[in-house]
Design a protein around this ligand. Structure first.
Ligand code: 5AD
Ligand code: SF4
Length: 441
């Protein structure tokens, strides 16, 4: 009998990828996915521990499932992801209806752990085994899939930024061998994928290929039918010459780079243990733009890191002014138990709120300006779905802007050259270039 699995995913793109792979592994056990928790035989929360709010959400979501479990005692409830790794058994103490806790390095054991939960038994696994969990997960079934996919190539981090839980929850940096990545990528392309985003917490530290991440990208670029390659997230100190050069001459590598700097003050960068200065970051951006002048940059910023003064914050604004970001993610510093920054004198909450507002105002303005500056330019769009209006398709440009295009000749997965004709609140509008030619001929 088929059973139903509901997975709720929090946090980063790696969790999205992990959820897909867990669903596939449970498919081998007779589970099909559902988007309704009330229909499920198993509920799995794939959690995020990066900020306090993200972790708290898990407990409030679990609270909501109490009623479901009371009505259906056979319902299995599992917690996966970084909260599972960080809190382990504590989760079952706080929410006794949880049957199963599984850390990110143990997903290959999910079917076995689920079997162990029969008759009310609990199962927990938060080990860091030596083997590659993805090798043990069932192969992706050959079903057709959408035009874009994530592919994890590297996991964990050895950087130990003073605010961050990742080195503790995801463990030490591990790269998957490039042959395995190539096999998975070819399989994705056979199933309809045109764009692959390589994932890693510190993806540009990838060493599963002799030529590093740049070597892997160049090998992937040789796959017929794979049209676009992206990667995220990178650390400035691992941006080597080869990777910078790839941005200049590897056509399939898209001109968009997520390169978090977190802050613009050297004092704060040092206390964050980022091992680079603001000037070194700006120099790096210069080199990247020399290789690829139209590169769109994206970043992550933290405001209100312990002991950040108004002058330090001004340095962050100045760095943002200097770079001009196409998009960005910004957060108030969140104290994470066990990380060095949690021990330092904290910035008051109202001060963090105020800085976040000012920072986001500047980032939104830049994002708007860069999006508006696309009008009149020609881009290539990879269509992902039908638009809201009939005869309209939506896809992403090279720069990751959403673009709406009127067309009756394209479907999901097609690439088309379009000219941007207007810029809306959250997306661009484009016209097919051949149509423009006929219109003016
Ligand atoms: N508080 C706030 N933001 C954080 N990030 C990581 N840890 C914290 C924290 N303790 C942000 C960083 C990182 C992004 C994924 O999350 O900006 O790049
Ligand atoms: Fe966390 Fe990224 Fe720093 Fe690693 S490099 S510790 S993942 S913020």
């Amino acid at each position: 009998m088929t059973k139903k699995l509901f997975i709720k995913t929090y946090g980063c793109q790696m969790n999205v990828y992990d959820s897909e792979r867990m669903a596939e592994a449970m498919g081998g056990e007779g589970y099909v996915t559902t988007d309704k928790p009330e229909d499920a035989d198993m509920i799995l929360l794939n959690t995020c521990h990066i900020r306090e709010k993200a972790a708290e959400k898990v407990y409030s979501e679990l609270g909501r499932y109490k009623g479901l479990k009371a009505d259906k005692p056979d319902l299995k409830i599992g917690v996966a992801g970084c909260v599972a790794q960080a809190e382990g058994e504590e989760i079952m103490r706080r929410q006794p209806m949880v049957d199963l806790v599984v850390g990110p390095q143990s997903y290959h054991k999910l079917p076995e752990l689920t079997q162990r939960t029969h008759n009310g038994a609990k199962a927990l696994d938060t080990d860091f085994p030596e083997e590659d969990k993805f090798e043990h997960l069932k192969a992706r079934p050959k079903a057709k899939r959408g035009p874009t996919a994530f592919l994890t190539v590297q996991e964990g981090c050895d950087k130990f930024c003073a605010f961050c839980v990742v080195p503790y929850t995801r463990g030490a940096e591990v790269s998957r061998p490039s042959q395995r990545v190539m096999t998975e990528a070819r399989d994705l392309v056979e199933r309809g994928v045109r764009e692959i985003t390589l994932l890693g917490q510190n993806v540009n530290a990838y060493h599963g290929h002799d030529g590093g991440l740049a070597g892997l990208i160049r090998e992937l670029a040789g796959i017929d039918g794979l049209e676009r390659i992206r990667f995220t997230t990178s650390h400035p100190n691992d941006m080597d010459e080869a990777l910078i050069a790839a941005h200049g001459d590897c056509e399939k590598l898209m001109p968009y780079l997520h390169l978090p700097v977190q802050a613009g003050s050297d004092k704060i960068l040092k206390r964050m243990n980022r091992s680079h200065t603001a000037e070194q970051y700006l120099k790096l951006i210069e080199r990247l733009r020399a290789a690829r002048p139209d590169l769109h940059l994206s970043g992550d910023f933290i405001v209100g890191f312990p002991e950040e003064t108004e002058a330090d914050f001004q340095d962050t604004l100045a760095l943002i002014e200097a770079v001009k970001y196409g998009s960005a993610f910004s957060f108030k510093y969140s104290e994470r138990p066990g990380t060095p920054a949690a021990e330092r004198p904290q910035v008051p909450e109202n001060e963090k709120d105020d800085r976040l507002q000012r920072l986001q105002a500047l980032l939104t303005k830049q994002q708007r300006e860069l999006q508006d500056a696309m009008v009149g330019r020609d881009v290539t769009v990879l269509f992902e779905k039908a638009g809201r209006l009939p005869g309209q398709m939506v896809g992403k440009s090279e720069y990751l802007h959403a673009v709406h295009v009127e067309t009756d000749q394209h479907q999901r997965g097609d690439l088309a050259k379009v000219r941007i004709v207007s810029s809306g609140p959250n997306s661009l509008k484009g016209a097919l270039i051949p149509e423009l030619h006929t219109a003016t001929a």
